[in-house]
Design a protein around this ligand. Sequence first.
Ligand SMILES: Nc1ncnc2c1ncn2[C@@H]1O[C@H](COP(=O)(O)OP(=O)(O)OP(=O)(O)O)[C@@H](O)[C@H]1O
Length: 345
Amino acid sequence: MTVLSIENVSKRYGKVQALDQVSVEAMSGMRTAVVGPSGSGKTTLLRMIAGFETPDSGHVSVGGELLADAETSVPAHLRSIGIVAQDGALFPHLTVADNIGFGISRTDRQRNERILSLLDMVELDQGMLSRRPHQLSGGQQQRVALARALACRPRLMLLDEPFSALDTGLRENMRKTVSRLLQSAGVTTILVTHDQEEALSFADRVVVMREGRVVQAGTPQELYFHPKDRATALFMGDAVLLPAIAKGSIANCALGNVSIAGHHKGKVEIMLRPEQIRIATDSGSDDTTGQVVDVEFSGATSTIAVALNGAALPPIRIKTSSVALPSPGSYVRLDVAEKAHVLEA
Ligand SMILES: Nc1ncnc2c1ncn2[C@@H]1O[C@H](COP(=O)(O)OP(=O)(O)OP(=O)(O)O)[C@@H](O)[C@H]1O
């Protein structure tokens, strides 16, 4: 069932077209990540769903109810939409218990019980209840913010870069916890982030925005392995882009003949993710593909730059395990483990 439906929404601020005919759907219980570079319109879209902005045209509906179009706009507090902001935005003078219980009526007999169950849900212990926000870590504050947003039993949860203020290790951990928690609670969620890795690991569905438009939407795997164009390919992760001549399901490029998805003919540009390329040999024999020009050690993995034989292209960079690394200057053969993806011209 569709919970959120955004159809052809446009929004202009003076000369800036912040949103241009944007359409996005979110299905019940699913987690959708909206990702894009700075200024692509993500926050404007989120604010539109929350009710802090109104569209110039198009409409926003939740659960089949029209929330906003060019003429009408249901006020934010009547939308039953939960929001968790970047900094958590907790009330500093209230305890954890009162922050979580903020949206629950004081006359509600189950208020305390609900606060406890929400606290438990976000995996915080009861010793936290009487603390104030400044006595909590960043991760704990985000958990309280999530519990507060869930307390109102929202039809939809909006997460506005909620992990970006956290340290790297904690960020990953929180992302996993929150994703699991929202999934088990069956809450339909929209996450806005500029971090493609976060989008890919958090969501069931990823929407990529650029210059106010949706450029592609699909599963994380589709977006990562089958990006529509060059810009999306580069935005979603490290990519090896090569000119090639296609004939049917084979493309000839600086790596030799590689299999491609679908059937193509003539000049194309193909994309491989670096981990789809294997460094097969380290020999001086004839079947080498290129020469190692740089090895960048970074712990468990290393990045190897290989200048491809006879190709007037910059060296390609391949991430590989740091075990048995080839040395700079050595010749290697590169094998392509999977089908290459042909980008739209
Ligand atoms: N209130 C406003 N007045 C004027 N211009 C605005 C306003 N809000 C946003 N914009 C412009 O609209 C465009 C989209 O902004 P938006 O904040 O939605 O992008 P974003 O993808 O969220 O970027 P970031 O990742 O940097 O937060 C930008 O060019 C921005 O400068």
